[in-house]
Design a protein around this ligand. Sequence first.
Ligand SMILES: Cc1ncc(COP(=O)(O)O)c(C=O)c1O
Ligand SMILES: N[C@@H](CCOP(=O)(O)O)C(=O)O
Length: 466
Amino acid sequence: MKYVSTRGNAPSLDFEGVTLAGLASDGGLYVPEAWPRFSEAEIADMAGLSYVELAVKVMLPFVTPSLSEDELRDLCTRAYGRFAHQAVTPLVQFDQQHWLLELFHGPTLAFKDVALQLLGRLFEHFLAKREDHLTIVGATSGDTGSAAIDAVAGRERVDIFMLHPDGRVSDVQRRQMTTVLAPNVHNIAIDGSFDDAQAMVKRMFVDSHMTARFRISAVNSINWARLMAQVVYYFAAALQLGAPQRKVAFSVPTGNFGDVFAGYVAAQMGLPVERLIVATNVNDILHRALSSGDYSAGTVTPTAAPSMDIQVSSNFERLLFDVGGRDGKALAEQMAGFEATKAMQLTNAQREGAAALFSSARADADDMGQAMAWAHEKCGQIIDPHTAIGLHAARAADIDPAVPVVTLATAHPAKFRDAVERATGNRPSLPGRMGDLFERAEQYERLPGDYDSVRDFIEAHATPSS
Ligand SMILES: Cc1ncc(COP(=O)(O)O)c(C=O)c1O
Ligand SMILES: N[C@@H](CCOP(=O)(O)O)C(=O)O
């Protein structure tokens, strides 16, 4: 498999190349040059496979020839062996039509573990072969940070610099990052929003001074390997609900558009997806873009679902590229316009292409609280605020009652105890292994929200590549 940049002006790379590169050198995102496709019979044959075997089947076309089937199986076995549930991503039924896909059974209690446990091992595998060193620079609104840190803490060939918006993540999320005291882990709280942090990360990839000294890579969903690993659980859920004979709809709490784009990839690979519902909080750029074509970023409003407090959704570029005719040059111009003005209109082709599979909904604080209360009172389920936004959108969507609707449960409720307690009267507790999180020492650097300060800090602490 070869990968091409959405902006059409970077070398095409194999899987190993895109995993280590993260962002393309022209500022674009890597996508496969064509979608691999399974026949209906091939999908039917996947029913009943263990999560690891399913992961191998679904991901093999993307990693060949960089990894052999046995190498991929070994990496998946070790990655998913760390999950607390045997099914890795179990399905739970709410009512006749609605289901919950629990993605939070990994080490840091959010869906990010599904991809990052694998990505950490992919980095190690490729770096050992090359005897090289990697400088990971990431931005987090709370969950990617802890999942990435867990995946690479203490690894010899990697330093990680993780930027989070100061004061805008939950106390559990912050402590999950800042209490990891391994020497290769550097947490940075910046004065600004997640969008500011993400913009700095992207700028570093095109900063020739930095790229000349360090091999910089990404753990955010700008890294293709993140999305690839997330495609697997769409297959896992749909197969359990009757695919390929039966279509399934998914409602996905969305911020950076990575998780829901993985659902789009599953559909391109032949999975019968009825609809992908993009659920946003009041930071609703994606809802506006999909419902009216208006992709313009306002200021970020802090909410009780902080991981989705995002107004510039990186992976939307991948969708615009694919549904807009894969014209890298035109998209590069469109994205340059957006970067200059923070606003753009979707073209008709982009709007129509997206509308074929996507719909969207926006949930405010009341909608979110009501969804948490409904899940608790009617179904006995405690869900987190992000999942509640997905559930609100799932219940509001106009989907044929014969089609199962799966809401992705993206985080464990204990990560957001205050919001859950407000809505349900229940204060979820952290799993035993994290019981002492609030007694552990914290360590992090506070920096102003400007690129130069962050770059100087990283330059002073990172290990140059060989
Ligand atoms: C708990 C949670 N839910 C939903 C999202 C949104 O996912 P995505 O950014 O892939 O759209 C995030 C962050 O990305 C998250 O941490
Ligand atoms: N919600 C994320 C934001 C970063 O998204 P990513 O999926 O691109 O890493 C977080 O929790 O950090």
